[in-house]
Design a protein. Structure first.
Length: 429
């Protein structure tokens, strides 16, 4: 895949130094995160029915995460960001999880979590809460099972809709202290669990990958960690000078700016930057891929109404939103890297139009030449069909003509230069 690196544009070195907190005694580091949105996802002009979360009634959720940073302690972050009432978690635990033909057992590392020394926690509406620090050795790349017991009946209002992971819902009862639990249902969403952080004495930092469904890995193989941020993590993993956590802040249907109206899922990338990027402990860099939904979603709505979008106006709105992200990142002394928007001609659902393509090309030209990123990876050049450059390359197309397949995601992850993150120049990238 080394030939693919020719699509990377020259890096412009930022004049802003990276943030350097005092880490002499160790520091908290984001090891896993997911970006939360409100539930239900509302109906609109192209979505006939709302998408509701699964009701939890006196049941235990066992949710699986893969951590990208090691540590000697951990803590979890629970979110009631979109709740309109306090949320009570009656009990919680964490343990190392092993895949065993669908078995949802955790190992004998199972530990109860505490909140201010208590077993339960009540989280006010709109708030996030941390657990107490738990002494537990965490290894890079291992999977943890985080179990939450709800002693009541709740339909979640804070979730990540598309986890690309199978999570488990028990039959009635508190199974947080059990290595095995009876499973009543599975879920492809993540409820309330927004982050896992580890305590590290190493000079390790985090990279946040901010984006939409392509960053979230829509249409990648579930449970196999084949999204392009996963590929980046695997390339960085274990290499000298490259010990970085990689945090996926992608949301399906998410917009970069949402100036044309909030058609997408959750707050726009510009709106959630403070929470999902600056709010992650140890973050030193952010990679941004966004804008396709700002183009495609208004296009679908316009087509339903018999109208045509203004491509120039859409481009200006996306550029304004991305410009704010660049400025916020540099103000926080982060390095910020950009990615061009991938082709989407003939996308299912009517998201493509000539005016939308005009907007995409204008945005990509700005990203390549005038955005002020510290580096740009040209996913457009990488992913387009050489014979039909407005289309995805067939070998990388998941068949909806918008989202990559596993091979496409791998190509994207392998195209990101490792030198951006302090890796030796002798290494590939």
């Amino acid at each position: 895949m080394s030939a693919l690196l020719t699509v990377v544009l020259g890096m412009v070195v930022s004049t802003c130094p990276a943030a350097t907190p005092d880490r002499s005694q160790g520091h908290w580091l984001g090891a896993w995160m997911t970006a939360m949105i409100p539930a239900p996802v509302p109906a609109n002009a192209y979505r006939a029915k709302p998408i509701a979360a699964q009701r939890i009634a006196h049941q235990t959720l066992r949710q699986i995460v893969r951590v990208t940073a090691a540590g000697t302690k951990l803590r979890i972050r629970l979110s009631n960001a979109y709740g309109d009432a306090p949320l009570t978690i009656a009990a919680a635990s964490v343990g190392t999880w092993k895949e065993r033909d669908g078995d949802v057992a955790v190992t004998d590392t199972l530990h109860a979590l505490r909140f201010g020394g208590r077993v339960s926690v009540t989280i006010p509406a709109g708030a996030d809460f941390y657990s107490d620090a738990l002494p537990m050795k965490v290894r890079v790349g291992e999977k943890l099972a985080v179990s939450l017991y709800i002693d009541g009946t709740v339909t979640p209002s804070t979730w990540h809709l598309d986890a690309r992971r199978t999570n488990y819902v028990s039959s009635t009862g508190d199974f947080t202290a059990r290595t095995r639990m009876p499973v009543a249902a599975t879920s492809s969403s993540t409820y309330w669990l927004a982050g896992v952080e580890t305590w590290s004495s190493r000079a390790t930092s985090a990279i946040v990958v901010l984006g939409d469904s392509i960053t979230n890995g829509y249409r990648s193989t579930p449970d196999r960690d084949r999204r392009y941020p996963d590929v980046l993590f695997e390339r960085l993993r274990g290499k000298k000078g490259c010990a970085h956590a990689v945090l996926n802040a992608g949301i399906d249907g998410n917009e970069a700016a949402a100036y044309a109206g909030t058609y997408g899922n959750g707050p726009s990338m510009a709106a959630r930057f403070d929470r999902d990027v600056l709010g992650q402990p140890g973050v030193r860099a952010v990679l941004v891929l966004g804008g396709i939904n700002d183009i495609g979603e208004p296009t679908m709505v316009a087509k339903v109404a018999g109208k045509v979008v203004d491509g120039d106006a859409l481009a200006a709105q996306v550029i304004a939103g991305l410009r704010q992200i660049v400025r916020k990142a540099h103000a926080a002394k982060l390095r910020v890297y950009g990615a061009t928007i991938t082709p989407f001609a003939d996308t299912l659902g009517g998201a493509y139009s000539a005016q939308g393509e005009r907007a995409r090309e204008q945005i990509n030209d700005w990203i390549r030449h005038r955005a002020g990123y510290d580096g740009v990876v040209d996913f457009d050049a990488l992913m387009r069909d050489p014979a039909h450059p407005k289309h995805l390359r067939p070998a990388f197309d998941s068949d909806d003509h918008l989202h990559p397949n596993d091979a496409g995601y791998r190509a994207m992850g392998e195209a990101i230069p490792l030198r951006w993150f302090g890796c030796r120049r002798s290494m590939r990238g």
